[in-house]
Design a protein around this ligand. Structure first.
Ligand SMILES: CC(C)(COP(=O)(O)OP(=O)(O)OC[C@H]1O[C@@H](n2cnc3c(N)ncnc32)[C@H](O)[C@@H]1OP(=O)(O)O)[C@@H](O)C(=O)NCCC(=O)NCCS
Length: 172
């Protein structure tokens, strides 16, 4: 049984230059990319993702990309982003997303991070955003769908741009 209190010391910080190689490692893990639009992510593409993440942090509130880590061991456990929903131009708004390092899966880490992300966004723009918030989720990513539902997202429509994925919208 997973112990949901196994990691009480999760802290976060904005992504920075020290995370570049970690990002490459993260996106080279097929367990991570299984449900992402790009299954095989080259080193160059990971670097491009990383540069984009740095850019997002410069865009101002509520946009940011945060690294979550174990405050005791300093080990990185996951990453969370709040960014413009550029992947789906038909749905202007913002996108939230979370990736957890597989060694920490099913220990409540994504749930912890989603809670933290939600309260960070609410503290900046309130709980009733004027701009819609979306998440893009692979149709077989049952765990991610469960988290989405729990955090007030409902299934909106299949994506036309990203095969086997659907757009979820924050509705409460
Ligand atoms: C999806 C992902 C973020 C979930 O992270 P996580 O830290 O394992 O999630 P949690 O531990 O907070 O679990 C959330 C819920 O799903 C359940 N769950 C987690 N892993 C599960 C599994 N393998 N099978 C069944 N249920 C599972 C948990 O029990 C929990 O439900 P509960 O609170 O009712 O017990 C993680 O698997 C991941 O990073 N995947 C790769 C990238 C990805 O898909 N990101 C999302 C893009 S939309």
């Amino acid at each position: 049984m997973p112990n949901k209190n196994m990691h009480p010391n999760i802290k976060s910080r904005l992504i920075d230059v020290t995370d570049k190689e970690w990002i490459v490692e993260l996106y080279s893990d097929l367990r991570i990319t299984e449900f992402l639009p790009t299954k095989i992510v080259s080193r160059e593409r990971s670097h491009a993702f990383f540069e984009k993440y740095l850019e997002i942090c410069k865009m101002g509130e509520p946009y940011e990309v945060r690294i979550y880590f174990d405050d005791e061991t300093k080990e990185r456990m996951g990453i969370a982003a709040c960014r413009p929903f550029e992947r789906e131009p038909d749905y202007p708004g913002n996108e939230v997303g979370v990736i957890i390092v597989p060694e920490f899966w099913n220990q409540g880490v994504a749930t912890f991070i989603a809670n933290d992300l939600k309260s960070r966004i609410e503290s900046k723009i309130g709980s009733n955003p004027s701009v819609p918030f979306y998440a893009l989720v692979h149709d077989e990513n049952i765990v991610s769908q469960k988290i989405n539902r729990r955090f007030g997202f409902t299934l909106l429509t299949p994506s036309k741009k990203n095969p086997n994925a659907s757009i979820w919208k924050f509705t409460r």
